[in-house]
Design a protein around this ligand. Structure first.
Ligand code: SF4
Ligand code: SF4
Length: 394
């Protein structure tokens, strides 16, 4: 396939790579399924279909200047749905690599965040939220939710004061099930919220699970958008608390399972344990990086066991971007706003499996003045000892 237009300004290596991309995309018939299935679609200018069309038209500059390249979360949905078997997500990933090396013109928050994260991860094992936020502001990207940013800053500063950290041991749980020890990969975001981190251990302990956390696990690499791979390796299955970690670890060849799925399954198996929910109904939100169908099915199973209603509208509502792309709250996304409005109509809290989504949807609710609580999974579900409904009459 010829790449005719717009070639003088780029080195031969870029032109050659565009020719390869155009060859791989030549069977695209512009059906648009990739764009209509993209969970970040509402936030993109035109989506992956347009980028493929621009590649075929040889419009190198237009491709490399598109913010859409960096608003893509690498979830892989477009690849899964393409009927022509084009690996659309990989095409976008290769375009980001070219843009990094030869473009450099985009200064959108998403690209800046990927670069800030990559620079940090080359020197440190983890992203530090406070330093990340300062670096982003130094580059002109300010969080939209100032109150939320201040609250986070105060919380992190308080956590830095010396004190003994409480982490509940995993000795609780119904005796009949015994205590299981699961290898746990906590990622970046959770360990920075000490209270929530401790709650995860406490809730797991309620299910009779002790979480064995790899202290040197570090960041999964996702925020760097492919520039820094995860350095974590494990031959055994690990349990996670973050959909970004699931995706990145899978890419690194590590089998990762959401902890919540394991806790739900454990409660389902145990006659001595019941799953309890904090409200009679909830709206699920699985984030844009999770395997949507599997994540919704797992939350549905938890709802069924707890005897509560999971309010599901059309499925894409539950995994549009929360606004965290760019690593900080960049304002309510169209998808986030619709989800919160839906939850308000249902008078139900939102329950999510991602810490960043919880914080960003909380910011969105404040910004939009929508009074809807947003909970992380362990803030909503927990185990209780099963009380038999059989009664003996006196
Ligand atoms: S789904 Fe595949 S064939 Fe359809 S527009 Fe996207 S890349 Fe082209
Ligand atoms: S990888 Fe996911 S976010 Fe990126 S374009 Fe494809 S569907 Fe959209």
């Amino acid at each position: 396939m010829a790449v005719a237009a717009d070639t003088d300004a780029y080195p031969q290596a870029v032109i050659d790579e565009f020719k390869l991309l155009a060859d791989e995309c030549s069977i695209c018939y512009q059906c648009g399924t990739c764009t209509s299935s993209c969970p970040s679609g509402r936030e993109l200018y035109r989506g992956p279909r347009r980028l493929v069309r621009l590649i075929l038209a040889g419009e190198i500059e237009a491709v490399l200047k598109s913010d859409d390249l960096w608003r893509c979360t690498e979830c892989g949905t477009c690849t899964e749905v393409c009927r022509m078997d084009i690996d659309v997500a990989a095409v976008l990933s290769r375009l980001r690599k070219i843009e990094r090396e030869h473009g450099g013109a985009i200064s959108c928050p998403e690209r800046t965040a990927a670069d800030v994260a990559a620079a940090r991860l080359r020197r440190h094992p983890r992203i530090d939220n406070m330093q990340f936020g300062v670096a982003m502001m130094a580059k002109g990207h300010f969080p939209k939710d100032k109150v939320g940013a201040a609250e986070t800053g105060i919380k992190i500063a308080k956590q830095m004061l010396p004190r003994r950290r409480k982490r509940p041991a995993g000795e609780a749980g119904p005796a009949s099930e015994g205590v299981a020890t699961l290898p746990f990969y906590a990622g970046c975001a959770l360990p920075q919220d000490h209270e929530l981190h401790a709650l995860v251990h406490e809730v797991a302990a309620g299910f009779g699970v002790r979480l064995d956390e790899a202290a040197d696990a570090g960041c999964c690499g996702h925020p760097s958008r492919g520039a820094v791979a995860s350095h974590y390796a494990s031959a055994e299955r690990v349990y996670t608390a973050c959909p970004a970690c699931d995706a990145s670890l899978e890419e690194a060849g590590v089998e990762a399972v959401p902890l919540w799925d394991a806790l739900t399954a454990r409660a389902g198996r145990s006659p001595a344990m019941a799953l309890r929910a904090a409200a009679p109904a909830f709206v699920p939100y699985v984030g844009c990086l999770a395997d949507r169908d599997a994540a919704l099915a797992a939350l549905g199973e938890a709802a069924e066991q707890a005897g509560v209603t999971m309010e599901v509208d059309y499925p894409t509502l539950h995994n549009g971007c929360c606004g965290a792309l760019g690593g900080m709250y960049r304002g309510a996304t169209k998808a986030g706003a619709r989800l919160l409005e839906f939850a308000a109509e249902k008078h139900a809290p939102v329950v999510t499996t991602c810490v960043l989504c919880r914080d960003n949807l909380h910011s969105a609710a404040r910004e939009l003045k929508i009074d809807v609580p947003v909970h992380f999974w362990p803030e909503f579900f927990r185990a209780e000892e099963h009380v038999s409904e059989e009664r003996t009459d006196d």
